[in-house]
Write a protein that binds this ligand. Sequence first.
Ligand SMILES: [Zn+2]
Length: 447
Amino acid sequence: MPRQPLKNIAITLSLLALAAPLAANESEDEDGRHVAPASADQAAPPAEDPDGPPARRDDHRADDNRDGAESHPAATGETGAEPATPPAPDPVAPLELLGQSVPVGTFDTLYWTPDQSFRSIATPVPVLVAHGTRPGPHLCLTAAVHGDELNGIEMVRRLMYELEPDELAGTVVGVPIVNLDGFRNGSRYLSDRRDLNRYFPGRKNGSAASRVAYSLFENIVRHCDYLVDLHTGSQKRVNQPQLRADLENPQVVAFAKHFGGMTVLHSPSSSGMLRAAAVDQGIVAVTMEAGGPNRLEDDAVDYGVQALETLLENLDMRKASRFWGAPQPVFYESEWIRAGQGGILLSEVELNDQVKKGQILGTVTDPISNTGSAIIAPYDGRVLGMAVNQVVHAGFAAYRIGEEKSAEEVEAKAEQAQEQGDADGDDENTGAGASAEESDRPDGDTE
Ligand SMILES: [Zn+2]
C-alpha cells in the first residue's frame, strides 16, 4: 500500500534538487573484492539460507518488495512463517554490550575504550544505544572513522535521539565519533597518521591503528546484523550523496534498496575498509557518503537522516514519521575519467549532469605552454563525482561517470558473482572487474 505518495514525491523532488550541489567527497582506492560471508561465527547473519539463521535476523533479510509491502507488522517470523520452520522469536533480553547491560526498552550511553594507549589516560568513546522492546535486527551506525568527517556525527545524533526504545523493534547502536583522536585534532587520521579505514578488522597485537580497528570490530561491530558507516568526501572532489556498496553481494544489494531513493554506487570494497571487513564476517554493510569534511552541512545531514529513517522503516524497526516510500534507488557502475595531461582543470559540466558520449567534460591547459586538451565522456552517463577546478597532473581522476544499471541487472549480476565465488572459492576475479577497479581507483581519495 503506497504510503503518503504525494508527500513523498514532493520530498523526493526537493531532495533531488538539493542533492546536486552537495559537496565533496572522496572516492575510494579499492582493489579487493569480497565475496560471500564465509565465517559463520555466532555474530554472522545468514547468507543464503533463510531457514537456518537465528530468528532475530532472518525475517529482516532485505527483500525488495518494499513498495508492495502492506505495512507488515514488525514481528519476527512473518515472512518465513508458512513453511514448517517456525522459529519462535527469542524474547527480547537485555543487551549485553561493552561489559554493560542495557535493559529492554531503554536508551543508554555506553563507553568504548580502545586500549592501545596508556590505559590510565585512554579516553572512552561514547556509544549511544537504543534497545527496543520488540525483537528485531541490530543496526549499527559508525561515524567519524575519519576524524574530520563531521556530517555523520550529526546524523547519528539526530537519528538516535528521535528513537523511542519502547516503540522500537530491535536495537540501534550509534558510535558518533569513532576516531576521537582525529576528531580532536581536526584530522582524518589517527594520531599515528594512519588511516583507520585501512586496518579493519584489525589485529589484537598489530600496530596502533590495527588495535583500534580490532577493538571496535570485536567489541561493537561483531554484534551488528547491519552496519552503515557514515563518511564524507575529501577536499578537491565533490560527490552526489550516495551509498557505496559491493553490488556483487546479493545481501548487500537487498540492503541498499532499503534507503529509499538514495543513489547506490557499485564499489567493490578494498581490504581494510570497515564495510569490507564487516561483509567478510557476514555483517551486511554499506558506506554512506554525504557532503564534505571539516564542515557541517545541513542539507547533507538531513538527506542522510531521511535515508536512515527510511531504512528503519523498511527493516520494520519502527514506523517513521517520514520516509521515502515511492522512489527506488538508482544503481550505478562507475569509472573515473582521467586527465590526459597536467595543467589547469576547468570543468564544463556540473555534478549530477547527464552527459553524452563524446561530450567535453572539462579542459586541462598547461599554463606555461598554453597547450591544452579536453577530457571527453567515453559513454553516456551521469556525473556522480568530480574534481573541483584545480591544478592537476596527468592521470588525475577528474570525473566519476556513472552508468545506470537496472535493479534486475544488478541482482542478476550479484547472484552470478555469488555463484561464481562459491564455485571458485577465490575472490581474485579475473575479467572486467579487475580492470574496472583499477580505473576506478582515484588518487589519494578514500572512503
Ligand atoms: Zn571517510
